[in-house]
Design a protein around this ligand. Structure first.
Ligand code: HEM
Length: 534
């Protein structure tokens, strides 16, 4: 017995220190892990903790508020916390700037310290979307932007007028055939057709009924392409309704990519579908780019031809515009140019249909311009349609299609009295600015007259209060292009029709957050043919 006790004691003497040591090391590991996890989740918060904001729920941040209030959440928070506040998109804090002067500071005055966009979770999960101008950074961005700018000269835009007009005319034939139709579907097809011609020199023929009947095979091809484009775009959700990898990207970004890599291999998951769709889209785009590259006499009518020609004549842009970047930039045009323009057109039709006094003034201006078959020139569009201009501005204020514009600090920088560390996501809340009663009294009223250059409200207003196309060197490159298209479309539409809300339209319009705003149920209207023909 004594012998056993001695052995046990000896064992205890040897083992206890070992157990103690391993317990210490386990505790240390657990503590280190805990510190790592806390550092990972609270590190980004720590740098911006002094910026005011509501208490954030661990992991989810303020996403539940986004789910509860939708896009209005930022106006609600701006009222409570002032013109600069924190909003946690899951783990990632955003510093939201909701004041025109601070937007000028971020977008223009301190541009060299804040030149890039942060990459949100939906884009981080989508390599197809990352190589366009929108998300490229630093010197690659400025070289790409300068090359692209050179093909956005007014003379080139003027050349696009007949092409745009042709698409608009064929898309809007016989709208009064059906009692009700979803205008937002039609406008998406129209905008995609216009950008298809302008960006690729390709006739998608989505909105052209004659083409549909004559070329069933091509139409299926095109329909597939566009369905894929729409699917790929609408899956880019900014809330918790996106694919699993996007949700992970919002909550635990570090594991987003490994999970996406696994999920995209599991048939049936959203990530698998998105990946398949993006691959298909990429290969179709690569096909279009390759075909264009081989064309000897490709001309200079479309954006892709212009980029390819610039690439061939300039070694620098050849290095920057490798063929994957050419595909991405061209696809980006389709993406940026279709959803935004179509949304804007639909909101204008919807708002004017609900405001007979606006409709009356607009029709008068359009009819006074000249015979209905007289196509307006770009200078006409600039100077002969002042009220149309006001209607567009007011509709874009009322429904700001990009209510948030992303930026990221390159170095430590002071904004609004707060020192923001390098890498802070600073987002400009264009949607909040647009509904601020200081600059827009009675902001919930649709009043194009507030943009009359002679009206006091317009004269008093801060110059950066209404910036639906963004601000500074990174502002929208397609602004003139889309305004030209929107004006031509509206002039043509109101020459032929007036619109009324369909009884099926839910008022006010229900919106959802994608990478830009979108309609939950579409905009349904009735078209009534106008009888008068000047
Ligand atoms: C109603 C129509 C449109 C609206 C409201 C709109 C809005 C915007 C906004 C808010 C930005 C971000 C600006 C910033 O960060 O300051 C942007 C950027 C951009 N837009 Fe548009 N856009 C429209 C149409 C178009 C069209 C038609 C194209 C292409 C043909 C286009 C191409 C781009 C590109 C490439 C960028 C990124 C620019 C850069 O980072 O250098 N957009 N747009």
């Amino acid at each position: 017995m004594e012998f056993l006790a001695a052995i046990f004691q000896q064992f205890a003497e040897i083992l206890l220190p070992l157990i103690k040591a391993s317990m210490i090391s386990v505790t240390c590991t657990v503590l280190a892990l805990l510190a790592g996890v806390l550092g990972y989740f609270y590190g980004p918060y720590w740098g911006v903790r002094k910026v005011p904001g509501p208490p954030a729920i661990p992991f989810l941040g303020h996403l539940p508020l986004l789910a509860k209030y939708g896009p209005d959440v930022f106006s609600i928070l701006a009222k409570r916390y002032g013109p600069i506040f924190r909003f946690h998109m899951g783990r990632q804090p955003l510093v939201i700037v909701a004041d025109p002067e601070l937007c000028r500071e971020v977008g223009i005055k301190k541009f060299k310290d804040i030149p890039n966009r942060s990459i949100p979770s939906p884009i981080a999960a989508s390599p197809l979307h990352q190589k366009g101008l929108f998300f490229t950074r630093d010197s690659r961005w400025s070289t790409m932007r300068n090359t692209i700018l050179s093909v956005y000269q007014p003379s080139h835009l003027a050349k696009l007028v007949p092409t745009m007009q042709e698409v608009i005319e064929s898309a809007t034939d016989n709208l009064d055939d059906k009692p009700d139709f979803t205008f937002s579907d039609l406008s998406l097809k129209l905008a995609t057709d216009v950008i298809g011609q302008a960006a690729f020199g390709v006739n998608f023929g989505l909105s052209n009924s004659v083409n549909k009947m004559n070329n069933q095979h091509d139409d299926n091809e095109v329909q597939q392409f566009i369905n894929q484009h729409i699917y790929s775009t609408t899956q880019l959700k900014m809330d918790l309704s996106g694919s699993f990898s996007i949700i992970l990207g919002l909550l635990v970004p570090i594991i987003q990519e490994p999970f996406r890599q696994i999920l995209r291999r599991i048939p049936g998951t959203t990530d698998w579908k998105v990946d398949r769709t993006n691959k298909n889209l990429s290969s179709r785009l690569d096909g279009i780019v390759e075909k264009k590259m081989k064309e000897k006499d490709r001309g200079s009518k479309d954006f892709l031809s212009l980029i390819l020609s610039a690439r061939e004549s300039n070694t620098l842009s050849k290095n920057i515009f490798t063929s994957d970047y050419v595909s991405a930039v061209t696809y980006e045009h389709l993406l940026a140019g279709s959803a935004t323009t179509s949304f804007t057109l639909s909101t204008i039709i919807y708002l004017v249909a609900g405001h007979p006094e606006v409709e009356k003034k607009l029709l008068e201006e359009i009819d006074t311009f000249g015979p209905h078959d007289q196509m307006p020139t770009p200078p006409d569009l600039q100077s002969k349609f002042p009220y149309l201009n006001q209607v567009i501005k007011e509709a874009m204020r009322f429904y700001t299609v990009s209510p948030l514009v992303a930026r990221e600090t390159l170095t430590q920088v002071n904004i609004g009295g707060y020192n923001l560390p390098k890498g802070t996501w600073v987002w400009l809340a264009l949607g909040v600015l647009a509904k601020d009663p200081k600059n827009f009294p009675e902001p919930e009223k649709f009043k194009p007259e507030r943009f009359d250059p002679n009206c006091e409200e317009e004269k008093r207003r801060h110059p950066y209060a209404n910036i639906p196309f963004g601000i500074g060197p990174r502002a929208c490159i397609g602004q003139k292009f889309s305004l030209q298209e929107i004006k031509l479309s509206l002039i043509h539409l109101y020459r032929k029709y007036v619109f009324r809300h369909s009884p099926q339209t839910k008022t006010p319009l229900q919106l959802e957050y994608g990478i830009v705003l979108n309609f939950k149920h579409g905009v349904k209207v009735q078209a009534i043919k106008r009888s008068c023909k000047p």
